[in-house]
Design a protein around this ligand. Sequence first.
Ligand code: MN
Length: 317
Amino acid sequence: MNDPLDDYRKKRDFGRTPEPAPAGSDAASVRQPGFVVHRHEARNLHYDLRLEVAGVLRCWAVPRGFSYDPADKRLAVQTEDHPLDYEHFRGRIPKGEYGAGTMTVWDQGRYELVKAADWQQAMAAGEVKLKLYGRRLRGEWHLVKTTQGPRSWLLFKSRDRYAGSSRDSALGIDPGELAVTAMHAPAQPMRWLHERAPFTDPQWLFEVEFAGQRCCLQKRGDEVRLIGVAMALPAIEKDARQLRCDQALLDGVLVASDEHQRPDRHRLERQLAAGDGTGLLFYAFDLLHWEDYDLRALPLLDRKAALRGLMPPTTSV
Ligand code: MN
């Protein structure tokens, strides 16, 4: 029988490299398949995208890395299948060995195959559409086989809510090792933060100590609510649905403006009492939770940068 890991085994001396030797055949796992992206500082720096498929990792080397700009199509060279244990590998492959250099985990998460019935069908069609759930890589990505060679593919971002500029991370920041947690809205608003930073969207302007009501905005899919505010605010909810994420918890302040666009606390109180949401604005200044991750361990300035990274790309500045 043809072992898909033969190539992998042949290229390595497991007495010399710290990389994992293939284990005995593993029972097919039922959990959702994972993916990992290694940053591989070999002779040439590249990124190795590895996807769990039928008991092995199917791999592509991406020399120029990832881009959220759908027009930015990156070469991806399919390499030999790797054993599942490689998903957790990080370390230095010694000089003179195959792939010598440092390998770090750049991103890790789960994925889904989109559209195609199975991998065999997708590979035969030369078109693999993936939905990635990582810390940096989110949303749909496309791998399309080219005619340049048997292992030559193009990797690019599909057009979805995450697509946009040429950055390589969904939030535009280094997410580090974030804790995966369920999203919980705080019972109490967080304390005031005395911090000044410019913000790009007039709808979501950042300012300190607006005369308004402190609250959190929670987004779950298309469902948006302002915690502690009893009435519906369709304009704010509509804008928040455009955020580049499935789930988020934003800290901010709800304000009403007077005729000179100045926050007016009395007007807000009157409107809240009357259940009139006309013209109310939500000014976000912190991002507490994003997708599956609790961001509160990140430095505040990173969270602010991440909040900016959530703004839809079509927003007028
Ligand atoms: Mn590599």
